[in-house]
Design a binder for this molecule. Structure first.
Ligand code: GDP
Length: 297
């Protein structure tokens, strides 16, 4: 399928083996390969440009370490730059430092994996942090969305707000806040409605729910397989609500991870979790270095 970027860079630099410093023209040749690899990995074009410019500047003139070939050295520079762009090697944890119930609002388009991720995170909070969690589905658009969350709640052993047919999202949010207070819930996860496309009604609804629930975390769920679309979605959401992080789903698919780079660049927010499958424990804290490896191949 793909030639790995590491191999390609090796090719570019073969002729250079043993020379002292990385020369401008060689670095530019190498960056052409980096650019192609990033585009193949589905990184958004403006992000690729910015990245390549930054790395080029950093690489030119660097002296080549004796223990590595120039190709390996450039791979390392690119690798480090990807990790840095993804926010360094430590992912910030969910910020739950607020008076309970601490609200986590999940936003994203329909089909992004929002409901699944809500239940996965609730399970993590319960099992890893001993939190008393509750989930509420505000998704009145997708048939059976509320029922789906209820079923997942039963699977992971986390309570869900009882469904009252016909209620609007803001009414459900109000009821969820009341129930969470009454039941001394530590963390309330709100699975907001998704639509097939970003539209103003969706954004207004999300803002009204945020007004009511004052979320401590607002996590945007995006499907890593949707490439450029994911970037557009992120841009729209980031312009409307104060996101605190991103959940990147379907990282178990063949996506080369480029969406991660784009997400971080577009939203400026950390990717906090990666969804890695359909099962309820298929979620991990996001690791920038793994994505860098995946992009570099
Ligand atoms: P929502 O409309 O955003 O709430 O999407 P759902 O949570 O219902 O997810 C849609 C589909 O994607 C379901 O079949 C999920 O099992 C699946 N899904 C969600 N996250 C992942 C993931 O990380 N990997 C894989 N392979 N499938 C996922």
């Amino acid at each position: 399928m793909f030639d790995s970027l590491s191999d390609r860079l090796g090719g570019v630099f073969d002729k250079l083996r043993g020379r002292g410093a990385l020369k401008e023209q060689d670095v530019r040749d190498a960056m052409r390969e980096v650019r192609i690899a990033l585009l193949e990995a589905d990184v958004a074009l403006p992000v690729v440009r910015r990245f390549v410019d930054q790395v080029t500047e950093k690489a030119i003139g660097q002296s080549v370490l004796r223990s590595v070939t120039p190709g390996q050295q450039v791979v390392k520079i690119v690798n480090d730059a990807i990790v840095e762009m993804l926010g360094g090697d430590t992912t910030p944890e969910l910020d739950l430092n607020a008076a309970p119930p601490v609200v986590i609002m999940m936003v994203g388009l329909q089909g992004s994996g929002k409901t699944t991720s809500t239940a996965k995170i609730a399970k993590l909070l319960k099992e890893k942090q001993g939190k008393k969690a509750m989930m509420a589905s505000l998704d009145v658009n997708r048939p059976a969305a509320q029922e789906q969350l209820k079923v997942l709640g039963e699977q992971v052993g986390v309570a869900t707000l009882p469904i009252i047919p016909g209620q609007q999202p803001t009414e459900i949010a109000t009821r969820a806040m009341q129930a969470a207070k009454l039941q001394a819930i530590d963390v309330l996860l709100l699975d907001t409605a998704g639509r097939l496309h970003v539209d103003q009604q969706l954004m207004d609804e999300m803002k009204a729910v945020a007004e009511i629930s004052r979320p401590q975390e607002t996590l945007l769920v995006v499907d890593s397989l949707t490439g450029q679309d994911a970037v557009n979605v992120a841009q729209s959401f980031a312009g409307e609500v104060e996101l605190t992080g991103v959940v990147l789903t379907r990282m178990d698919g063949d996506a080369r991870g480029g969406a991660a780079l784009s997400m971080r660049a577009v939203t400026g927010k950390p990717i906090k979790f990666a969804g890695t499958g359909e099962k309820m424990d298929a979620i991990e804290v996001f690791h920038p270095s793994r994505v860098a490896n995946r992009i570099l191949g």
